[in-house]
Design a protein around this ligand. Structure first.
Ligand code: TYD
Length: 213
């Protein structure tokens, strides 16, 4: 428990949205902003962020499996990531920027694939020791139809990227539900704009939380 309280000194920011929402460039820009203010920044992602979790990522993204297996693997990857990377970085007082976290499990495995949300909530409680949550989650909200256009013709799609539009409509609904359940943690950004306008919203979300001056 003491370790968890100490961990709260760092800053834990996560980035969410359906595939094609365009999180990556903004995560990099935010890392630069924090570094410019003298903060040490760790950039990481889920599933992944440790050697074990990256191996689990390959399985989750490429192998076909039922939704429960998928949920167990993403939470197993998350546990390793929290233990080896997230908690230690937060305990050192760093800024931890994570491309996706538990909201993605509720959105993809829960809303997208229809897996039991009560079980996901139990896994969340176990894996996050009942207390660890991001300080801020930036949700890049984009209509599924727009994401489909953006993804068409991009690199070879992985297992999730090749899902039909209806899947991503459910995933987007899953994110909306997570935000409604914990509005104080979330900042919703309209991702259906040019990258510069999206950045203005990302930047102001972080500043309005007092995380950047
Ligand atoms: P993504 O973050 O979009 O990475 P890239 O930009 O390299 O494609 O890919 C991760 C995929 O994993 C994405 O489709 C969402 C999915 N995912 C889950 O299904 N459950 C989870 O808990 C997490 C973290 C991700």
């Amino acid at each position: 428990m003491n370790e968890m309280i100490e961990a709260m000194n760092g800053l834990f920011v996560t980035f969410e949205g359906i595939d094609g929402a365009g999180k990556s460039t903004h995560i990099e820009s935010l890392a630069r902003s924090f570094r410019a203010q003298g903060r040490v920044v760790t950039l990481t992602r889920e599933p992944g962020g440790t050697p074990l979790a990256e191996r689990l990522r390959q399985m989750v993204l490429n192998d076909s499996m039922d939704a429960m297996t998928e949920a167990l693997l993403v939470f197993a990857a998350r546990r390793d990531h929290i233990q080896r990377v997230i908690q230690p970085a937060l305990a050192r007082g760093e800024v931890l920027l994570c491309d996706r976290f538990t909201d993605a499990s509720f959105a993809y495995q829960g809303a997208g694939r229809g897996f039991d949300r009560a079980i996901l909530a139990t896994l969340e409680h176990w894996v996050q020791d009942g207390v660890l949550q991001p300080d801020l989650t930036i949700w890049f909200d984009l209509p599924a139809a727009v994401a489909a256009q953006r993804l068409a013709g991009a690199r070879a799609p992985d297992k999730f990227e090749s899902q039909p539009q209806a899947f991503f409509e459910r995933v987007a609904g899953g994110y909306a539900d997570r935000m409604a359940a914990d509005p104080g943690r979330f900042a919703r950004v309209n991702a259906d704009q040019d990258a510069e306008s999206v950045w203005v919203e990302v930047d102001s979300a972080v500043r309005s939380k007092g995380m950047l001056s």
